[in-house]
Design a protein around this ligand. Structure first.
Ligand code: PHE
Length: 434
């Protein structure tokens, strides 16, 4: 058990950690491929619309509730009523499930960094990736390695571990992203990629696009899993949450857009398919690296970029169950990390094998990996976000007038928190279930 509840060492450290949580595989791996599958620019319009209108409310609320209660998720719900404890438990549970597939992708990234360093010559990335993920041993080892790295930093605690990882990795991430984006923009026909991203074709608009965009928005902003609540609970006094919320939203959107500007011009320049799905970053992009001079160096940079983003988010995902274990079971951080290492390790192994020997084993017609992605981003995160808004609006009575000077906007916030956002989230869940 930690003697005193830890706090962030400074306002900047907290913002960097919150941005580090938001900016992750959701921006660089998931965002471009979901956009590619959903018609490009028109998806971007819907996505930006949602981010700029509804997402402020649940994000602000999650951070604020953490700051008010100074408790982890289960204790927060318990404070309202012991009967609601199970809703709090849903957060660390979601965290464990997300990590079981998120860390698999982290493992793939480590493998690709390794390929770049040894300058492996691969002629067909489609068959390479297919064979790699089917292998029963190597992806498991890399997944466990990635898990170990995240657990290691989380295990060192808030200041020495989480802050340190964010302070080092986030600037590295930003620099590599800018270098690669400039490189991509300098390729021939780069403008075709920009047109794909920014010239919407509204005839492609449909309901599914809204669902995909809202799911992506929650996932990329880390809303609805307790990560922001837990990070918010480490805030000392007088930190301005409104500014932090804007910073998270704007930097996450900036990095997602920049990732798109890095990826799509390169894809169009080489005449490849933007809608190839989850393999976009592991099959399509490496095909580009294979064709350019010093491609292996660019490849190492690119996958290190992904690695940096994934580690800082991965740490925030596991901090939720870690904080719950420390505070509920009264155990040390080291013990909580060790137990969690085994729990996530055990769940992620069948998910890793779902591309190979467990490929025929499906739940709701999805393999284990896809099922974990679906159940978390389309079900559990919206449920958690919905509960948080109700908690914030009805029980903690968070009021717009306390932090927004403009009366009209403050009223809009109140109505949004109590009614509009919960109804939209419930609608999303309903449509997703049907
Ligand atoms: N937001 C992270 C990303 O974009 C993922 C994440 C989800 C992190 C939920 C914390 C909580 O990759």
């Amino acid at each position: 058990m930690e003697k005193e509840r830890p706090t962030w060492s400074s306002r900047v450290a907290f913002i960097l950690a919150a941005v580090g949580s938001a900016v992750g595989l959701g921006n660089i791996w998931r965002f471009p491929y979901i956009m590619g599958q959903n018609g490009g620019a028109v998806f971007l319009v819907v996505y930006l619309g949602l981010i700029l209108t509804i997402c402020f409310i649940p994000l602000f609320t999650e951070l604020t509730i953490g700051k008010i209660t100074k408790k982890e998720c289960i204790g927060t719900y318990e404070q309202i009523s012991p009967k609601l404890k199970f809703l709090g438990f849903l957060n660390p549970f979601t965290g464990v499930l997300i990590s079981s597939f998120y860390f698999i992708v982290g493992g793939w990234i480590i493998n690709y960094i390794y390929l770049g360093i040894k300058n492996a010559q691969i002629s067909n990335y489609e068959s390479y990736f297919g064979t790699f993920v089917q292998n029963p041993v190597t992806p498991c080892i890399f997944t466990i390695l990635f898990l170990f790295i995240c657990i290691y930093y989380a295990g060192r605690g808030i200041k020495k571990g989480i802050e340190f990882a964010n302070n080092v990795l986030m600037p590295v991430f930003a620099v590599i992203l800018i270098i690669l984006t400039l490189f991509s923009l300098s390729l021939p026909n780069a403008h075709l990629g920009l047109e794909y991203m920014f010239k919407p074709d509204f005839s492609k608009l449909n309901v599914h696009m809204f669902l995909a965009a809202l799911g992506q928005a929650l996932f990329t902003l880390s809303i609805g899993m307790g990560a922001l609540l837990t990070y918010g609970s480490y805030i000392g006094e007088d930190k301005n949450i409104t500014k932090t919320t804007y910073t998270i939203i704007f930097s996450d959107t900036f990095f997602a857009l920049t990732a798109g500007i890095m990826i799509f011009p390169a894809i169009f320049s080489f005449g490849l398919e933007p809608s190839s799905g989850a393999g976009l970053v592991f099959i399509t992009i490496p095909q580009i690296f294979a064709q350019i001079p010093h491609g292996n160096i660019v490849s190492v940079l690119f996958f290190f970029l992904l690695f940096a983003a994934a580690v800082t988010s991965g740490i925030s995902i596991i901090e939720v169950p870690i904080a719950s274990m420390i505070e509920r079971c009264k155990i040390t951080r080291a013990k909580a990390c060790t137990i969690l290492f085994f729990i996530i390790g055990i769940i992620s192994i069948p998910a890793t094998l779902s591309f190979g020997i467990l490929g025929n084993y499906t739940i709701f017609n999805k393999n284990i990996f896809d099922f974990l992605d679906f159940i978390t981003s389309s079900m559990l995160m919206p449920i958690n976000a919905l509960c948080l808004c109700l908690l914030g609006g009805w029980f903690f009575k968070i009021k717009g007038k306390d932090f927004i000077q403009n009366k009209f906007l403050a009223n809009i916030f109140d109505i949004g928190l109590k009614y509009v956002v919960p109804i939209i989230l419930a609608g999303l869940l309903y449509i997703g279930l049907n």
